[in-house]
Write a protein that binds this ligand. Sequence first.
Ligand code: GPV
Length: 842
Amino acid sequence: GLQASPRDTSKIWELMDSYQGSDKLALQQSIVHHVEYTLARTRFDFSKFHSYQALSHSVRDRLIEAFNDTNLHFHQMDAKRIYYLSLEFLIGRCLQNALVNLDLEEDYREALLDLGYKLEELYDEEVDPALGNGGLGRLAACFLDSLATLNYPSFGYGIRYTYGIFKQLIKDGYQVESPDFWLNHGNPWEIERLDVQYQIRFYGFVKKVWDHGVERSVWEGGETIMARAYDTPIPGYNTQNTIALRLWKSHPASEFDFSSFNTGDYFKALEQRQKAEYITSVLYPNDSTEAGKELRLKQQYLLVSASMQDIVRRFKRRKVLDWNAFPSKVAVQLNDTHPALAIVELLRILIDIEQLDNMSAWQIVTKSFNYTNHTVLPEALEKWGVPLIEKLLPRHLEIIYLINFLFLEKVQQKYPNNWGKLSALSIVEEEGTKKVRMANLSIVGSKFVNGVAKIHTELLKTTIFKEFFEMHPNKFQNKTNGVTPRRWVRCANPALAALYDRVLGSDKWVQDMELLKQLESNVSDPQFVRDFQMIKMENKERFVHWIRKTCQVDLNIDSLFDIQVKRIHEYKRQLMNILYVIYRYLMIKESTPEERKRIVPRSVCFGGKAAPGYINAKRVIKLINSVADVINNDHQIGDLLKVVFMPNYNVSNAQIIIPAAELSQHISTAGTEASGTSNMKFIMNGCLILGTLDGANVEIDEAVGRENIFIFGTQIEDVDNMKEKMRNTDPHEYFPQELLKVFTEIDNGRFGHNEELKWIVDSIRYKNDNYLVGQDFKDYIKAQQQVDDLYRQPNEWAKKSIYNAIRSYKFSSDRTIQEYAEEIWQLKPIKVPEPAVQKHER
Ligand code: GPV
């Protein structure tokens, strides 16, 4: 037969080193290739969706080229890497983002047009991966984009949930949840790594063995499953660097336990194996609250164990094994406390498996981890019952006790016999059933701890982590959040991006947002202002079409587009917004014909999901829809006021909504919203904020200037006093007349004879107004009047909107990531060399 020639690796490499061509024909051939060979379609049976799929596979090929180059280069450079651990990554759609970052959007648009396809229509065929709840998951996605763009060697580690956040439907005004089976039609953006799998153990027992005179712990028994890696390449903008988002999926253990198969029931044994898949099947839909469910703890441990095994394996591939070098090669960032068990897992690996002594292992761990806190709300601070941890992760509980022992010894040294300090700082809460405080564990195990906006970090230092701050003041840092200008300006608002390109003479601002400073002088150029207004108008038109299609409501294009989109939460005060809408409605109804002429028409749009078990949040959705029903169908109101609840707010909807907004509301009670990130996206798109001095609003106020933002409400230093006053005042004195009138209308059934609407009012009416809706309402009305006054002067409004956009550069996630890299990770960028053959020359 035929003899294979001796393997010629240089020939293989040479073949692999040639890159895809980027001329029109090459792009078209690559698309058609995938139609025929990847999708196996004939020329007669492919739809728009198939075209999207073929296009995505064609783009994916290019991503993989860059991705492989990147991984190889980082390995060769023995780069220090940063590992971002998060239970959520809300990456949104990939296609447009990839094309923009690869600078191929125009080339593909032309190639497709020639074949009879509109690129934008294909964008809409993509499912929106929704593996996150809200701000925390979206922040992780923006950070990956910046890490890749700034050439930082890095990985994101998360979970590949089979079901993302539920799809929100509105039926009869109520939220109804439906499952988000996003993988139904496959996922061209992921690479399944059958060769990257780790064993994960649950339950079992700890055996003590003597080994050369030292006692060692061996964790055995219980159940083992496998975690398998799925990589999504994340391309940087204008760079070859392409990093990995590595997501884990649970599988049955690979070894076959034949004995149990032989003795027991074959089908039962198989059924048992199937249960493994359940662990990563669904994302928990709670935003900023913890349910304390066993399955959730299993998810957390699976992420942590697989990721730490992967990190250790990569570290051990270095030429010489020197554990003390670990912190100089590895930095782990914990996205809130959800992955905090990683601290314990690394200790377990170092002590039990790599056989390091306790103290050396602890030194390595505390130099490698860092923790970001995202809330001060007590209901969101994770605590796991000791009995549950003992059952599920018996060895980890021992290690947690060891950590606590070492730490409390230090506390005792510094504050002898100070029981107050000891009980505040202890990782284990002793009152009632014992609990492990994950925040305390994270602080003790980390080198640095950071908050996500200045005001939030100050709160951490003076309230919930006061004792830790007093003990280790240098551990605490601020890292104000940011958002990526690639997705949130360049992709979502291409017209604004084109205006910047034209006026600034290049697209460099997409990577260096500070360049927008140069546009300050253009604000006095009437043509520039008109261009901006025109772009806003076009974005409003796109939004009007979308609202008509999705909500069956016709918006008045000349009305003020006033938007509040975020998870529904009492602290975010959507209730205050809708109560004001009712007040405004009543005002219009009572107005004289003369007064009516001066009324500024408004379209008030809400969007956001309520956690399925959060009754008050779900009732607020019902109230909004009930009010919308009455107002939108009141012929006396006409075009002066419209209210919409936009169902299923998600990343791809946000990309339509945000560029169309003229006013956006960020009205949480001072001290409750850690940062907020959509506030940043709105200002980047030239929108004014109506907000409180909370979270990042404080810094936005500083950046844009008080004359360019509408600020109202109780300030943080007065919140406690005002709550006290609320509890000590008769409701009829506490609530202003304007609000009492609104309550009466709801009580009287003006928005439907529905008990639930009354119960929402009841939730704040009797000395329970913990978020100070009553206290802030009058000031809110006043601020709303200032909004109306400004909107009557379109030029002034436009100029202030432009100031928001061009002074938003601080809120680029590039700035945030650079601060993390320099001040927390000690990380240097490493740029992957561009292929010798350049695009267009290839
Ligand atoms: I903790 N956040 C979130 O979305 N989910 C959570 O479980 C927790 C916090 C949010 C905060 O509420 C926002 O203020 C913040 O901007 C965002 O995290 C990112 O830091």
